[in-house]
Design a binder for this molecule. Structure first.
Ligand SMILES: Cc1cc2nc3c(=O)[nH]c(=O)nc-3n(C[C@H](O)[C@H](O)[C@H](O)COP(=O)(O)O)c2cc1C
Length: 183
């Protein structure tokens, strides 16, 4: 639909992946056009068809799709993005972007885009506090990438700690604010 802002929602293979469904719904309610881009690992954790149904858009997860479009998908998605939100963002994805690795569709879209990028990390606390992960986050912040969360809470591993996906309300609020400030 014309006039709606395009949110590319990057979805990686973290335990908090189920919360991405709620994020799609809430962003749509807020009037955004949500285009889901999953990593292939994420597409193994959850059926991508669910995001097709929730977003009303094609779901992307393969770098070499072999579709009929003439467009180079990662470039056209990168250009289409008014904002890129990655929720949940795995330690793996953060490490890849920090290192300039583009070996799947989502990492190519993020690297090829000039749109503001918000990462919502979610992982086990030790993974989050790992010095490499922390170094990757610091590097990404230096390069202008924004972070939302993680927060403290009950982790998927059954322990309390820092590494939970930030609340959906907070994420959606920051996306709205991010779009206003990028105009
Ligand atoms: C059930 C399950 C849950 C996982 N949860 C997380 C997680 O919350 N955060 C994380 O960084 N990695 C998690 N992992 C590990 C990632 O899935 C793994 O690093 C994967 O290679 C990430 O791929 P992607 O970044 O391309 O999506 C989990 C793996 C499994 C099997």
């Amino acid at each position: 639909m014309a006039g709606r802002k395009n949110v590319i929602l990057g979805i990686t293979a973290g335990a908090a992946i189920y919360k991405a469904c709620e994020i799609v719904r809430r962003l749509k309610e807020a009037g955004f056009n949500v285009i889901p881009v999953l990593t292939e690992e994420a597409a193994g954790l959850i059926n991508p068809l669910l995001f097709r149904a929730l977003s009303g858009n094609k779901v992307y997860y393969k770098l070499f799709d072999g579709g009929e479009d003439w467009e180079i998908e990662h470039v056209s998605l990168a250009d289409k993005a008014d904002i890129i939100l990655v929720a949940p963002a795995t330690a793996n994805l953060l490490g890849k972007i920090a290192a300039g690795i583009c070996d799947d569709l989502l990492s190519c879209v993020i690297t090829a885009s000039k749109a503001p990028v918000f990462f919502c990390p979610a992982m086990n606390e030790n993974m989050y506090l790992n010095r490499i992960t922390q170094g990757n986050i610091a590097r990404l912040k230096e390069c202008g990438y924004k972070f939302i969360g993680p927060k403290k809470g009950m982790l998927a591993c059954g322990k309390k700690g820092t590494g939970c996906l930030e609340d959906v309300d907070v994420i959606v609020g920051k996306v709205k604010a991010g779009l206003l400030s990028s105009r």
